[in-house]
Design a protein around this ligand. Structure first.
Ligand code: NAD
Length: 264
């Protein structure tokens, strides 16, 4: 199966390095013929993102801090100057003060609550609003979420609350944009060791727990996420919108510790 994304082009937001979920998705899209542009957050990331983009034949790199609405306007104007229309956007962005991704949720400060909601949830709305103007013939928008939106995961705290807002935003955006044939979906990925994940308290314990207890008895890879991302962004998923699709080795269906799981 090749060429699923032939003739399609889109923006990948949230690539930090070759461990990023965005990288897993970008690779699969590129393999299937998609043309990619990348946005990155500030000069410090440019030197990591540039060689990765080059590997996939892209020289379109746009600086964009999604918490800054002017920066978002400029980023989409820059993209529009290169490509008048796009077919898809990947939003793989989340952030919170890591000192509050441990301990008690009630210790979350107002400033960090608002910042986390802004960067991790509202930014999807702000991106979708700008992206739709470049999707006159329809398109597909994909974001990344985590099970901590649905159930309490130790240390995930305010990020879980932001992911719940993100998941509900997916549904409202899907309804707003459905008549324009713009689909909006999320992948709820199982835990994967990335830069962002390193900020979460006891993350290795969460990883091990998922490996021992998920139906597939393993954790997922960025390639697993990439395959599902390709499906969501391609015409294979033409009838799918407003969906929160779990790519977590089945972890979300279990109700108890696996019988054969050792203590950790
Ligand atoms: P990552 O660190 O590779 O990517 C996070 C990205 O967010 C980085 O590129 C960073 O630059 C970007 N970002 C943060 N604040 C930003 C801002 N203000 N403006 C622009 N960009 C900003 O980590 P990742 O795990 O690949 O995270 C990607 C997405 O996947 C996040 O939404 C994360 O919550 C989600 N996710 C991750 C996991 C996991 O276990 N790693 C599981 C489920 C969902």
């Amino acid at each position: 199966m090749t060429g699923l994304m032939q003739g399609k082009r889109g923006l990948i937001m949230g690539l930090a390095n070759d461990k990023s979920l965005a990288w897993g998705i970008a690779k699969k899209l590129s393999e299937q013929g998609a043309e990619l542009a990348f946005s990155y957050q500030g000069d410090a990331l440019l030197k990591r993102v540039k060689p990765l983009a080059e590997q996939l034949g892209s020289d379109t790199l746009i600086d964009c801090d999604v918490s800054d609405m002017d920066a978002l306007d400029t980023a989409f104007a820059t993209l529009k100057a290169k490509w008048p229309t796009i077919d898809f956007v990947v939003h793989a962005i989340g952030f919170s003060d890591k000192s509050q991704l441990r301990g008690k949720f009630y210790d979350t400060t107002l400033d960090n609550f608002l910042m986390t909601m802004n960067i991790s949830a509202y930014s999807l709305v702000a991106v979708a609003k700008r992206a739709r103007e470049m999707m006159p013939d329809g398109g597909s928008i994909l974001t990344l979420t985590y099970y901590g939106a649905e159930k309490v995961i130790p240390h995930y705290n305010v990020m879980g609350v932001a992911k719940a807002a993100l998941e509900t935003s997916v549904k409202y955006l899907a309804v707003d944009m459905g008549p324009e044939n713009i689909r909006v979906n999320a992948i709820s990925a199982g835990p994967i060791q990335t830069l962002a994940a390193r900020g979460i308290g006891d993350f290795n314990y969460i990883l091990k727990w998922n490996e021992l207890n998920s139906p597939l008895r393993r954790t997922v890879t960025i390639e697993d996420v990439g395959g599902a991302g390709l499906y969501m962004l391609s015409d294979l998923a033409a009838g799918v919108t407003g969906e929160i699709h779990h790519v977590d080795a089945g972890y979300n269906v279990i109700g108890m510790k696996a019988e054969d799981a050792p203590d950790i």
